[in-house]
Design a protein around this ligand. Structure first.
Ligand code: PNS
Length: 159
């Protein structure tokens, strides 16, 4: 059984993430999407809110489960017997950081391999950061995130 982990911030989840989740879920027996609880960052959404959003957008994918974690991705995969770490690659600018992270994780968790999925071209430009910036200035984010997520983002900025 190949069990994969897709770790990330997902602040918020975008169509780019959902594309990676759907494709990874069809490649592996099971996929856990896990939100990093990173106290060093000040996210727009709490970990619970991000988990809830992911549960919503993944509700129709049977082999996907949602979780959150603190600390190292390598410790999470080791503790849960996971052998694949999924990361999306959008452009060459992602590569250096992703390569370093994959090699670090391989040292820390030698039984797990990182598998990169190249983001579908239509989402290659997309990031949670740009979605937040466009939404902050009241721009149209309907092409970047599902309707329910769009609503939640604008509710945050109204506050
Ligand atoms: O969505 P992101 O912010 O690009 O995800 C980055 C993430 C969460 C995958 C990465 O920061 C991570 O794995 N953090 C956990 C801490 C860790 O394991 N660091 C060592 C790898 S260099």
């Amino acid at each position: 059984m190949a069990h994969a982990l897709y770790p990330g911030s997902f602040d918020p989840v975008t169509y780019g993430h959902i594309d990676v989740i759907r494709r990874a879920s069809s490649l592996f027996d099971s996929l856990t999407v896990a939100v990093l609880n990173n106290s060093g960052k000040s996210p727009l959404f709490s970990v619970d809110e991000r988990v809830k959003m992911l549960v919503g957008v993944c509700s129709d994918i049977p082999n996907v489960s949602i979780d959150s974690f603190s600390g190292l991705t390598a410790d999470y995969v080791t503790a849960n017997g996971i052998n694949v770490i999924i990361r999306g690659l959008r452009a060459v600018t992602d590569f250096e950081y992703e390569l370093q992270m994959a090699q670090t994780n391989r040292k820390l968790a030698p039984d797990a391999d990182t598998v990169f999925l190249t983001t579908s071209l239509e989402y290659a430009y997309l990031s949670s950061t740009t979605v937040k910036e466009v939404a902050y200035f009241g721009g149209d984010i309907s092409k970047f995130v599902p309707k329910d997520i769009e609503k939640l983002i604008f509710e945050k900025y109204k506050k």
